[in-house]
Design a protein around this ligand. Structure first.
Ligand code: SAM
Length: 283
């Protein structure tokens, strides 16, 4: 995670699994923008809600790697509009400088803001079926920083596709403990805000009847992910929610799952091909 010394930006140091994510999203952006550009009368927007500084440092070699907003800015044909959001002022400043170098800054709006607020108040309401708009929204938080309402609003719009970093490691470390009674109220509240209601409890635990009454038993990652996938379909209203791709670190542990959800079969089919291409990548 990027840290600031005073006002100075330190880049995020990323592992290869982040580069797999970056490649997947870049390839999808490219296909999406090509398809939407060919559909006369439609305008398409790319939204990066947790956009970062626009560049990262590769952990093993210390090389600079372009981040998701810069990758999206470089696709041809470009999106009609880009909205890039980050809460960190030093990152926003750096991103601004990188965007200026792309020659496409006139299409870009950079917001130094809490994405949960601006997405709900301004950005998502501006992507409307009636005004022939379509949107691709990338939601890539470090952990449990997303508000479910964002997903629910995107799903119900019928015109927005999302990539979501589902932060299973943060969940398991902070909220989904074997003994749920030991989890603090803050962590429980963050889980509820991300999930949208308290149903994460039944998604992550099953009740076992024992000698001493009912005991909650923690379910595995697959059960948690399946429960959330169902929620994206049934509660947020996305017609197509692809089986998410597990992103693993060098030890093989799943750091997060990459979800794709949208209103069209075509999007899900393209994502299938891209996921398949990058599955089992180890560098
Ligand atoms: C994992 S990084 C994003 C990396 C980027 N998507 C990429 O792949 O190049 C997460 C970013 O979210 C930002 N962030 C955290 N909470 C936020 C919030 N509530 N609203 C907007 N940005 C936030 C952090 O400052 C950080 O830059």
């Amino acid at each position: 995670m990027a840290k600031k010394k005073g006002n100075e930006l330190q880049f995020d140091r990323i592992g290869y699994w982040s580069e797999v994510k970056l490649d997947i999203i870049r390839e999808y952006c490219s296909a999406y923008s090509r398809i939407l550009t060919n559909q006369r009368g439609l305008s398409h927007v790319y939204v990066d809600a947790f956009s970062g500084a626009g560049e990262h440092v590769r952990k093993d070699t210390s090389e600079l790697v372009p981040g998701s907003p810069l990758n999206a800015l470089h696709v041809d044909p470009p999106f009609d509009r880009y909205v890039l959001i980050d809460l960190d002022g030093a990152k926003v400043d750096h991103l601004q400088q990188q965007v200026a170098k792309t020659g496409r800054a006139d299409r870009v709006q950079i917001l130094h803001a809490n994405c949960n607020q601006v997405l709900l108040e301004k950005v998502l309401p501006s992507i409307r079926y009636e005004s022939f708009q379509r949107g691709l929204v990338v939601l890539d938080p470090y952990g449990l920083h997303l508000d479910w309402q964002v997903l629910a609003t995107a799903g119900k719009s019928g015109v927005v596709e999302v990539f979501l970093n589902f932060p299973i490691m943060d969940m398991n470390r902070n909220a989904l403990w074997r003994n749920p009674d030991a989890v603090g109220p803050d962590a429980q509240a963050r889980m509820t805000r991300f999930w949208g209601d308290e149903s994460w409890r039944s998604g992550a635990y099953k009740v076992q009847r024992g000698l001493f009454g009912e005991v909650p038993e923690k379910l595995d990652n697959n059960a948690v992910v399946d429960a959330f996938r169902k929620r994206l379909r049934d509660a947020a209203g996305f017609s197509f929610v692809h089986e998410p791709m597990p992103m693993r670190n060098e030890q093989g542990a799943v750091v997060y799952y990459l979800f794709f959800a949208g209103p069209n079969r075509t999007g899900a089919k393209i994502v299938s091909d891209i996921f398949r291409k990058h599955a089992n990548r180890t560098s």
